[in-house]
Design a protein around this ligand. Structure first.
Ligand SMILES: Cc1cc2nc3c(=O)[nH]c(=O)nc-3n(C[C@H](O)[C@H](O)[C@H](O)COP(=O)(O)O)c2cc1C
Length: 353
C-alpha cells in the first residue's frame, strides 16, 4: 500500500559505518554518544524513522566495536519525541516472551513510537561461537515464524497459549500492553521465499534490499499477491545515497567510494566467508555490486538532487512507503539529503497527486 508521501529514515550507526571502514572523512565510530547525536539530529532534520540493526559481534571483524541494539533503543526512546525507532531482532538470541516484554517496555518509554524488525541471521560466527545452533536457512524461518507469532500476540495484549515445534507457552499475558495503539508495528528484513511467506503471514512492512526498480517491482508484486490476514502489506527499501549538485559530481563521489572500497576487501572477504551461503540476500548482492550494505547504491539513488528525487518518486509509485537510508560521511550527507532531496520529493509527489 502506497502512503501519500514517502517516509524517510536513517540506519543508526551501531556498526560504526555502513560503507567504507577506511574513509578519512568518516573515522570508524560505533559509540553510543555518536549514535545518540546522530539520531537526535536526524529527528531534528525531519527524518521520521530509524533502523537500529542487531549484531552482537561486528560482522566486519572482531576488532570492531558494535553498539548493543535494545539498550540503545530504550535510551533513544527516552531522548527523542517524534522519530519511530525500529529495533532489529534475531529470534535465536531471545526467548519470544522476554523479547515481547522488552518491546512493550520500549513502546511505553517512547509513547508509541517503537517497532521491531525481524531478521533471521546470516553471520554464522555470531550464533555458532556462542554455542547457539546456526540452523539451516528454512529451519531458521520455521523457528522465526513460531517466534514471531508468539511475540505478535503478546505485544497485542493477548494472553497466549501456544504449543508448537519449538515453543510451549501457557497462559502468558504481559502488562502493560501498548497504551498508545493496538501494538508496535512489525517489519521483516529478508528476501528468500521463506522470508516472504513470513511477511505475508505476520508482518506489517517488508524491508527490501536496495536494487533496481524492475526487481523491486517484481518483489513487491510477489509479496502483495500472497494471501494474508488483515491490512495489505507495506514496503520499505534500503538504499545508500550519493546526491550532489550535478550527476557528474555524484559519479565522481561514487568512483571515490569504489576506490575506498578496495581498502576494505580483506574485511569484506571475511564477511562473505562467514555468511550463510543460502542467504538469498547475498545472492542478490552478487548480482548488483554496490557501495553500502543491504543493496546500497544498487537502488540507484546516485545523481543530482533532482535525479535522486525523481528516482525516489518512481520507487514510491511502485509502492515503497519507507526509505531507510545510508550515507558516507554519514552525518554530513544525511543533512544534505534532508535539505536538498526531501523537499524536492515532497514537491514532486504533491504535484503528481
Ligand atoms: C532492511 C534490512 C535490515 C536488516 N538488518 C539486519 C540486522 O540488523 N542484522 C542481521 O543480522 N541481518 C539483518 N538483515 C539481513 C537478514 O537477516 C537477511 O536478509 C537474512 O538473514 C537472510 O535471509 P534471506 O535468505 O531471507 O535473505 C537485514 C535485512 C534487511 C533487508
Amino acid at each position: 500500500m502506497e502512503e501519500a508521501q514517502p517516509r524517510f529514515g536513517v540506519w543508526a550507526l551501531v556498526c560504526g559505518t555502513w560503507a567504507s571502514l577506511n574513509d578519512p572523512r568518516d573515522p570508524f565510530d560505533a559509540t553510543w554518544d555518536r549514535n545518540r547525536t546522530q539520531i537526535l539530529e536526524a529527528e531534528a532534520l525531519g527524518y521520521q524513522t530509524t533502523l537500529v540493526a542487531q549484531h552482537t559481534i561486528n560482522p566486519f571483524g572482531d576488532q570492531y566495536e558494535e553498539l548493543e541494539t535494545w539498550t540503545a533503543c530504550a535510551a533513544l526512546a527516552a531522548l527523542t519525541t517524534n522519530i519511530e525507532i525500529i529495533a532489529a531482532i534475531k529470534p535465536y538470541l531471545y526467548h519470544p516472551v522476554v523479547l515481547a516484554k522488552m518491546a512493550l517496555g520500549i513502546e511505553d518509554i517512547s509513547h508509541g513510537r517503537f517497532a521491531i524488525n525481524l531478521v533471521n541471521a546470516w553471520y554464522k560466527p555470531e550464533l555458532e561461537r556462542a554455542g547457539i545452533v546456526f540452523a539451516e536457512h528454512d529451519e531458521r524461518y520455521a523457528y522465526g515464524t513460531e517466534w514471531l507469532e508468539i511475540v505478535k500476540r503478546l505485544v497485542s495484549g493477548e494472553t497466549v497459549s501456544f504449543q508448537g515445534r519449538y515453543f510451549n507457552v501457557r497462559d502468558y499475558g504481559l502488562k502493560p500492553a501498548s497504551r498508545h495503539r493496538s501494538r508496535p508495528p512489525i517489519y521483516v528484513g529478508g528476501e528468500s521465499d521463506a522470508a516472504r511467506e513470513l511477511v505475508s503471514k505476520l508482518a506489517d512492512t517488508w524491508f527490501i534490499n536496495g536494487q533496481p526498480p524492475r526487481e523491486v517491482e517484481r518483489l513487491t508484486r510477489d509479496v502483495a499477491a500472497r494471501a494474508r490476514p488483515g491490512e495489505p502489506v507495506r514496503f520499505g527499501l534500503s538504499a545508500f545515497v550519493i546526491a550532489r549538485d550535478t550527476d557528474e559530481e555524484a559519479q565522481e563521489e561514487l568512483a571515490h567510494a569504489w576506490r575506498l572500497a578496495e581498502k576494505d576487501k580483506p574485511q569484506l572477504e571475511a564477511v562473505f566467508r562467514n555468511a550463510d551461503p543460502k542467504a538469498v540476500m547475498f545472492q542478490t548482492f552478487a548480482k548488483y555490486p554496490h557501495i553500502g550494505t543491504n543493496g546500497g547504491t544498487a537502488a540507484g539513488l546516485v545523481g543530482s538532487y533532482d535525479a535522486v528525487a525523481a528516482r525516489i518518486q518512481a520507487f514510491h509509485r511502485l509502492g515503497i512507503g519507507t526509505f531507510m537510508l545510508q550515507f558516507q560521511p554519514f552525518e554530513q550527507e544525511m543533512r544534505r539529503f534532508a535539505h536538498e532531496v526531501i523537499p524536492r520529493v515532497r514537491r514532486l509527489v504533491a504535484h503528481a497527486a
